[in-house]
Ligand binder design. Structure first.
Ligand SMILES: [Zn+2]
Ligand SMILES: [Zn+2]
Length: 127
């Protein structure tokens, strides 16, 4: 997800497609659904490709879909719902938050991770 999102910002042909999502600088719960159809299909084809070549079970797919939707909603809320300790704890600080993705909408050169912050730490793209 980090790579896909990073490329969405860095590839000249992909960035205009992803910019539809960034028309929401101040996010809200609907921002998650503001995606260009090409980007949505791209996500879908990557997902179908992976479940075609990798062994999976339906429970893992259902858990993934629930987590993905939850991250999408939490990441686009207007107010941060994560408690202060979340940002200090050595385990939870690596899990993405509302503030983390909101900051990406305000500064598109940072915070590409969707589920975790560790990738931005590794690639030095974290705010
Ligand atoms: Zn977003
Ligand atoms: Zn973006």
């Amino acid at each position: 997800m980090f790579c896909f999102h990073f490329l969405a910002h860095r590839l000249k042909w992909f960035n205009p497609i992803h910019q539809l999502h960034h028309t929401h600088v101040e996010t809200n719960v609907y921002s998650l659904y503001v995606l260009h159809p090409i980007e949505t299909l791209g996500f879908g084809f990557i997902w179908l490709f992976l479940i075609t070549i990798l062994k999976f079970n339906f429970l893992s797919i259902i858990i993934y879909l629930i987590l993905n939707l939850s991250y999408g909603i939490f990441g686009h809320l207007q107010k941060d719902i994560f408690p202060a300790f979340w940002y200090r704890n050595n385990f939870t600080k690596w899990v993405s938050t509302t503030k983390f993705h909101n900051d990406h909408h305000k500064n598109e050169s940072r915070n590409y991770g969707f589920y975790f912050t560790i990738w931005d730490k590794i690639f030095k793209t974290i705010i």
